[in-house]
Design a protein around this ligand. Structure first.
Ligand code: GLA
Length: 510
């Protein structure tokens, strides 16, 4: 068999951007550039072991969002997660009968959550007088909800519309409840929740366990946890990101589990995103990933993403450097969160945008875009709406992928096992010169002996069948990727369909 070549159009140019380096708040950045190391970091698919889980499995119909595709089209089943109506008494009973831990048993987010989050792109812009289109206001979230619902995002799984910091009034109300800024959210959050729900979407909100949010708005102290959880439930909130500014490690150890319990006790399924590990350095012994998996649906492990390639690279490096710790923590209902997608903003080239999407899919990361969906360019949209990428990200096994190899050449190979013996491979080049022709074989990447087919996810092309021992060459652009979806040929022939059905666009040239 001859050589295979996955050729990417070499359109992107690596662009240097200044990094504001505002990760410093977290003081986590080891910032080590590991391009010189060589070695196989992965496990073979045969030796791959998942850690045992203690979470109770929900009946299939209560599990999280899944893509259902037929005839090459994507259909989204809505509502994605039925509302489980549980009285507080039932919740307490369930908690008592469970493992004795503070289990978050909401059945949500069985695949990584997807949607839109305001922070990276719109920050704490509250100047609605001078910047009405971009300020943090109900109009911004309604605009984004409209775009998600009307521009094909919702059907692909992007269903969360998430408010971040700076939404609230500086004061709680007379009953001690949080309230939205009356000028910027004149109709209140319940109205916004209805607006979002009416479009088949979900509304997320931001809180902070501490005296203040990072932006200086009222925080949630221990005595306010129940009130705030109930307020969010009453408003029709579907997800809470609980930040950790202005609290210490001892307080956080109490606060994050208590909020989990309080959310459960409301009886409303509310996805729970915990920033706790990011405030504790992201690594054991300070961070207990077993516990996090029991109380949170997702968690920020590391510092804030910025709109730059150096920030994306820094985050990816940290996650893959620490993959032995982080990778087993992830699974259905519990995800590591490397932070938002900045594709469609200002800092990434086309190739770098493809790289962020590919590495986030390998990591089984939540896909929260932080961009302006009203004016996003066509090429960024194509990356974010790539069905193959989303299919890989949303694989129901929910196994986080790993970096397999760091070559001296600056090429790195990443791998994620998927359901039905499929897998995803990403070939990434850190080089800054020209497209690099990287030669390898599936055998060298620890694949079992056999015949395989590979689908180039960005090129949307199926490559001819090849053996594990066949050497192939992929041409990888500087700071770009080639991404493959790989399936044993036997299996593809078996059911006469590609990739276990029609979940990917059907190649025309088998
Ligand atoms: C922290 C979080 C960010 C964002 C800001 C808001 O920095 O990590 O994601 O929520 O606070 O102030």
């Amino acid at each position: 068999m001859g050589k295979l070549e996955g050729q990417l159009g070499s359109t992107g140019i690596g662009v240097e951007h200044q990094q504001s380096n505002s990760l410093s708040k977290f003081k986590l950045c080891s910032c080590e550039n590991s391009r010189n190391g060589v070695g196989t970091e992965g496990l073979t698919s045969r030796s791959y072991q998942r850690t045992p889980r203690r979470r109770t499995l929900k009946p299939a119909h209560t599990r999280g969002s899944r893509l259902h595709l037929s005839s090459g089209r994507v259909h989204r089943l809505l509502p994605l997660e039925p509302k489980i109506s549980m009285t507080p008494a039932v919740v307490i009973l369930v908690l008592a009968l469970s493992t004795g831990t503070l289990a978050l048993d909401n059945g949500l987010m069985r695949t990584p959550p997807m949607g839109w989050l305001a922070w990276e792109r719109f920050r704490c812009d509250i100047d609605c007088d001078h910047d009405p289109k971009n300020c943090i206001s109900e109009n911004l979230f309604m605009d984004m909800a409209d775009r998600l619902a009307e521009d094909g995002w919702r059907e692909l799984g992007y269903v969360y519309v998430n408010i971040d910091d700076c939404w609230s009034s500086m004061e709680r109300d007379a009953n001690g409840r949080l309230q939205a800024d009356p000028k910027r959210f004149p109709n209140g959050i319940p109205h916004l929740a209805r607006y979002v729900h009416d479009r088949g979407l979900k509304l997320g909100i931001y809180g902070d366990f501490g005296t203040h949010t990072c932006g200086g708005y009222p925080g949630t102290t221990l005595d306010k946890i129940q009130t705030d959880a109930q307020t969010f439930a009453d408003w029709g909130i579907d997800m809470l990101k609980l930040d950790g500014c202005y609290s210490n490690a001892t307080e956080q150890e109490k606060g994050y589990p208590l909020m989990s319990q309080a959310l459960n006790a409301t009886g409303r399924p509310i996805g729970y995103s915990c920033s706790w590990p990011a405030y504790q350095g992201g690594l054991p012994p300070k961070v207990n990933y077993t516990q996090l998996g029991e109380i949170c649906n997702l968690w920020r492990n590391y510092g804030d993403i910025q709109d730059s390639w150096s920030s994306v690279l820094n985050i990816a490096d940290w996650f893959f450097t620490n993959q032995d710790i982080l990778q087993p923590a992830a699974g259905p209902g519990r995800w590591n969160d490397p932070d938002m997608l900045v594709i469609g903003d200002f800092g990434l080239s086309f190739d770098q945008s493809q790289t962020q999407m590919a590495l986030w899919a390998i990591m089984a990361a939540p896909l929260f875009m932080s961009n302006d969906l009203r004016s996003i360019d066509a090429r960024s949209r194509t990356i974010l709406q790539n069905k193959g990428l989303i299919y890989i990200n949303q694989d129901p096994l929910g196994i986080q992928g790993r970096r397999l190899i760091k070559e001296q050449s600056g090429v790195e190979v990443f791998w994620r096992p998927l359901s039905n013996d499929a897998s995803a491979l990403v070939f990434f080049s850190r080089r800054e010169d020209m497209p690099y022709r990287y030669q390898t074989s599936l055998k060298k990447l620890n694949y079992t002996a056999g015949v395989y087919q590979a689908y180039d996810v960005y090129q949307e092309k199926l490559l001819p069948a090849f053996k594990d021992s066949t050497d192939f060459v992929v041409s990888i652009n500087p700071s770009g990727v080639v991404m493959w979806f790989v399936v044993p040929t036997k299996q593809m022939m078996g059911d006469g369909k590609l990739f276990g059905g029609d979940r990917l666009a059907k190649p025309t040239h088998l």
